[in-house]
Ligand binder design. Sequence first.
Ligand SMILES: [Zn+2]
Length: 110
Amino acid sequence: MVPVGIEVQNLKILNNHEKLNFNYMEAFSPTPPEWTNNAIHAYQFCCPNCKSSSREALQVWLNRRSPVMTEDHRRKWQEFYNCHCGNAWWAWSSDRPPTDLSNQKDINPI
Ligand SMILES: [Zn+2]
């Protein structure tokens, strides 16, 4: 009971602090959530339907169990995003713009 309580509390603090809607426990879950079944491959790192960025997604799931080697021998994996427009999409982690992660702490949701 106690460890679960601590986890939930930390998650809440993390969410408040980062000001993100992501469910971190789901993002790193070993099993894919239902909504990833309908995800389509986005060749640019944004929603193919409404062009929203990955930071605006409601849910995220990283397929880290099956990484793929890139041409320069680095690992890449599928990143799934459930967009607020109802469209689910995925893209390779290697295609994520480099500035995307470093800017996440500065997100100011309106
Ligand atoms: Zn969208």
